[in-house]
Design a protein around this ligand. Structure first.
Ligand SMILES: Nc1ncnc2c1ncn2[C@@H]1O[C@H](COP(=O)(O)OP(=O)(O)O)[C@@H](O)[C@H]1O
Ligand SMILES: [Mg+2]
Length: 244
């Protein structure tokens, strides 16, 4: 939980704090990432961008924020999983991402809710995978799923950045999970982050100094660091978290 909110807010940090030409690529048919940037869905063409790279580049739309663009989703993406499986092009998404990176220094992909073929292709295309985990044993298992999928893939492995999300320090289970993983960045459970969906703005745009906005920026700094490490070839392979 909290994936789309984190993706949209990290994209804002990339564009604004790090001044990167950034693309937020919405791959969830329900279109939450675009919604959070104040962009209303139009059309039924999101699936067609998978036909060729030029269509993908043409589908990119600007947002109200400098250096931040969106590759919008729509309902047609519900068929993407089947389509990619049927055509058997396992690196289709990676190819599109490479083409899009000509214009965008950072591409942030918001995953669909289910880790199917689209999810597998995202993991194959990504340099860094941010995994927001609400602090519970169940969600720590979700991290294992991602780690295993990444390890089973052929080719290079992305760096995995687990993030404790929706952390409520008043709850003892949350505190215990945080203490077990002191090196994981934390996104607090925060009403300003909930407000993003009401105002349809990233938190940095309306509450830049709020602790939650600072927390998002810290996660982004961690992503930049992981990216630099992976490009320098010093990234450790994805590793299972220690369990007690
Ligand atoms: N850190 C947070 N604190 C409070 N509410 C949050 C936080 N992150 C997300 N939410 C809220 O939780 C709900 C689900 O978030 P969303 O980002 O859509 O999750 P996902 O993409 O994983 O389904 C939304 O209503 C969102 O506003
Ligand atoms: Mg989502």
């Amino acid at each position: 939980m909290g994936k789309t909110t984190l993706a949209a807010n990290l994209a804002w940090s990339a564009a604004t704090v790090s001044s990167r030409r950034t693309l937020l690529w919405d791959l969830d048919p329900s279109g939450g990432a675009g919604f959070l940037l104040g962009i209303d869905r139009a059309g039924d063409k999101a699936l067609r961008i998978f036909d060729d790279e030029e269509k993908a580049a043409r589908a990119v739309v600007p947002t109200s924020y400098a250096r931040l663009s969106l590759l919008p989703s729509d309902e047609s993406l519900r068929e993407l999983d089947q389509r990619l499986t049927r055509i058997g092009k396992r690196k289709r998404l990676l190819k599109l991402a490479r083409a899009l990176s000509a214009e965008h220094e950072r591409i942030i992909l918001d995953c669909p809710p289910v880790l199917g073929e689209v999810g597998a292709q995202i993991l194959r295309a990504a340099d860094v995978v941010v995994v927001p985990l609400p602090p519970s044993p169940l969600s720590l298992r979700a991290l294992d799923t991602v780690t295993d999928t990444v390890r089973d893939g052929d080719g290079r492995t992305p760096v995995i950045v687990p993030v404790l999300s929706m952390l409520d320090a008043r709850r003892s289970l949350h505190r215990a999970t945080r203490d077990e993983h002191p090196d994981w960045p934390v996104i607090p459970f925060a009403s300003v982050l909930e407000q993003c969906a009401v105002r349809r703005q990233p938190v940095g745009a309306f509450a830049r100094h709020a602790p939650a906005a600072q927390a998002v920026n810290r996660v982004w700094v961690g992503v930049e660091r992981a990216l630099a490490d992976s490009r320098n070839g010093v990234a450790a392979p994805a590793r299972r978290p220690a369990r007690s």
